[in-house]
Ligand binder design. Structure first.
Ligand code: FAD
Ligand code: A2P
Length: 365
């Protein structure tokens, strides 16, 4: 039997439980309420979404502007299935007595191409070597940087020139010759060659006449630079292009021996005629030594000129072009890192900025 006193005591015993439940509900609600206030204060989810949308729009607009800027640059006029058959006009060695290997300057006639195979400085063309591969299939095309301006070496606007090194390496005691580079170095005036392209928008020159152009080339990496320098300094070409270059051009050129320096006479002539606008720095790896007693590479020359070079790079009118051996990229990066450090700059931050601004151009192979 329950006495009144027992009932009261039992009721009192439940009070802490009721308080605990009430406290739990209150704190949970408070936490959620605080979290909500915090979210509104810091995240502002709606405005963040709007901001993201705005960024996406501006990014796509930037891309559109860049695409629009190069919209008139021709690409893929001829594709591998229907290449243009160009005629070889000339094919001669660019090397002097005692040079290593084989590097040729080769010019093709484009005048019979229909549609006309036009191109601009900094682009490449594809070459499809004659013959078949080991599986009896036609050889795949190889790309080559165009070494002539759009007006061609004869200034008639209907030729294209290349600068080609024959690939040769030793394997199991045997000398292996590269398929396409050997084909190109061996072709004779009058021969027909299958050409595709043009391709590439990475190495285009800026339109601005007061831009500064820094060029880092190894071996045949000089090809696009030769086209740029002709556009800037070759008198007849200048009459044709009406591009009155007023900036500073600086070429860093890497070659194994003096006899391997390419287009040297032209470059010396440009130096004599344009002392205030052209600087030419050579790294002749097997004749000169770097400070550590090793082969002199263009990255060693970059380090020697760090201060002057970075003063130029800090100017937003300066573009940097890298072309040639893929293997030079880490070395150049390391040198730029050190050179930037000396100026109190951070290369790993600066390089993506230059790339984004369309001022850092790389084509290595
Ligand atoms: P292949 O017969 O194709 O042989 C090449 C293959 O040989 C390699 O893929 C590799 O498997 C092997 N190989 C190469 N070296 C060795 C080695 N040391 N040991 C073992 N195996 C090896 N070249 C120029 O000369 N001038 C240019 O202006 C130029 N511009 C270019 C621009 C671009 C955008 C690109 C992508 C490349 C450019 N090249 C240029 C390189 C060119 O496209 C060819 O790759 C080059 O001529 C070799 O082609 P090949 O047919 O002679 O050699
Ligand atoms: P080397 O071959 O003496 O080591 P080419 O194409 O006519 O052979 O010229 C390429 C030039 O680039 C050569 O002087 C070559 O030097 C040099 N070179 C080779 N490897 C590198 C590298 N990793 N960085 C920079 N230059 C290089």
């Amino acid at each position: 039997m329950y006495s009144q006193a027992k009932v009261i005591a039992g009721g009192l015993a439940h009070i802490p439980l009721v308080i605990a439940v009430f406290y739990f509900i209150l704190t949970t609600f408070n936490k959620r309420a605080l979290k909500f206030v915090e979210e509104v204060k810091t995240k502002k989810p709606e405005s963040k979404a709007v901001e993201q949308k705005k960024q996406a729009v501006s990014k796509s607009e930037n891309t559109k502007v860049a695409k629009k800027k190069h919209a008139d640059v021709p690409v893929n006029i001829y594709r591998p299935k229907t290449p243009y058959e160009g005629t070889v006009i000339e094919n001669y060695s660019l090397l002097k007595e005692g040079a290593i290997g084989r590097v040729n300057h080769i010019t093709f006639d484009l005048k019979d191409s229909d549609p006309f195979l036009n191109y601009v400085e900094g682009q490449s063309i594809g070459i499809m070597p004659a013959g078949e591969d080991a599986n009896g299939k036609p050889h795949k095309l190889r790309l080559y940087s165009i070494a002539s301006t759009r007006h061609g070496d004869n200034f008639n606007g209907n030729t294209v020139s290349l600068c080609v090194r024959q690939l040769q390496y030793e394997k199991d005691g045997e000398t292996i010759n590269g398929v396409c580079s050997t084909y190109l170095c061996d072709i004779k005036p009058g021969d027909k060659v299958k050409i595709t392209g043009p391709v590439g928008k990475e190495m285009l020159l800026p339109d601005e006449e007061d831009a500064n152009i820094v060029m880092l080339a190894t071996g045949t990496g000089i090809a696009p630079m030769r086209a740029y320098l002709r556009r800037m300094f070759e008198p007849t070409e200048k009459e044709k292009n009406k591009w009155n270059f007023k900036g500073k051009a600086w070429l860093f050129m890497g070659a194994p021996k003096s006899a391997n320096l390419l287009y040297e006479e032209d470059l010396q002539r440009y130096l004599t005629d344009n002392p205030d606008n052209f600087k030419y720095t050579k790294a002749i790896s097997r004749e000169q030594q770097n400070t550590k007693g090793g082969r002199m590479y263009i990255q060693d020359r970059v380090l020697e000129s760090a201060n002057e070079l970075f003063n130029m790079i800090e100017d937003e009118k300066t573009h940097i072009y890298l072309c040639g051996l893929k293997g030079m990229e880490p070395g150049i990066d390391e040198a730029m890192n050190k050179a930037a450090e000396e100026k109190g700059l951070n290369w790993s931050e600066l390089r993506p900025q230059l790339k984004k601004a369309g001022r850092w151009h790389v084509e290595t192979y």
